[in-house]
Design a protein around this ligand. Sequence first.
Ligand code: GLA
Length: 410
Amino acid sequence: MEERRVGYYEILLVMVLVTLLHISLNIVPASANFSDEVEQHRRNLLANGLGTTPPMGWNSWNHFNCQINEKIIRETADALVSTGLSKLGYNYVNIDDCWAELNRDDKGNLVAKKSTFPSGIKALADYVHSKGLKLGIYSDAGYFTCSNKMPGSLGHEFQDAKTFASWGIDYLKYDNCNNDGSKPTVRYPVMTRALMNAGRPIFFSLCEWGDMHPALWGARVGNSWRTTNDINDSWDSMISRADMNEVYADLAKPGGWNDPDMLEVGNGGMTKDEYIVHFSLWAISKAPLLLGCDIRNMSKEIVEIITNKEVIAVNQDSLGVQAKKVRMEGDQEIWAGPLSGYRVAVVLLNRGPLRNAITANWDDLGIPPKSVVQARDLWQHQTLKKVFVDKLSATVDPHSCKMYVLKPVG
Ligand code: GLA
């Protein structure tokens, strides 16, 4: 395979393509001149100081759907602490859809659902904060949320942002159902401004499912943006979300992350090896690590996966560069990206049904030729005894991966 060096003409080509895409999506009118665009960027720049590394925590949707209540949320907060997950960085407790009454109160305020959240959201935020954690909530840039069981925030953005801030909310996931047909690029920035005015830093997670390529405009609107529609707890769904998300790798950075949807690890639909692939790909892709299982009841196997400190460290690395597929040969793929300290994170991925050898050449990984490299196997928790020159090979089981951090030595 040829060396992947990005040359001047490639950069120019990407710039032209991105501009054409902007124009064809009508994000920037064809007539806008460059200084208008820069000016607009400046005015809208999201600088809430959050998301310098991908967010970590838990969200209720993947496991509980609408069957949530304040007991589950409190017990989840307790479990994040008692399992040691919070110490590893999992600190957001995020309530998804179905937490509110279908009708606002007579002043137009959102109201927590009395039958399931009788103590109200402020009390829940106080509880979660008392454990050293943060509370996230969910709304929608339409008239109703996707469940149709609670109101959305369209037309109520400033009021709702103030309500969230007054309750002590730290994170808002903002969905895209039941809207008025206008573009997300019109509706989402209204909530951005509302949150910036609310008097409390609130992580803003855009959930428009990748419809209008939010990677192209999300960084000035939110701290993360979904690049795909919903994940489910299966190999095909998981791996295809990783693929769709990878396309936008160049556009993720500290403060603004691509989001291939929340984790399914622990929900029972995949094998242990498949969940290891899921966690490894999310980590190396700098995706939000939002657990989606019932963390009050986890097997030892699942705990081992989600508490792998070395894999988490790849996700939280200060450089904040999302990995890319640097080589694809049939079912065998190499995903890699730089880490701080001149290190490189690598996943050797076998998507196929047969055991196979996979070789990563330094050329593929952007490591200078002839470099002597030390390899740390992140799932075996072992630094390999021999050092490597020019390449690293491993045999990988079906639907499995190996994950390494490579460090040039000497
Ligand atoms: C959409 C989102 C999901 C979840 C549900 C809730 O489908 O993409 O992540 O929030 O709505 O109804």
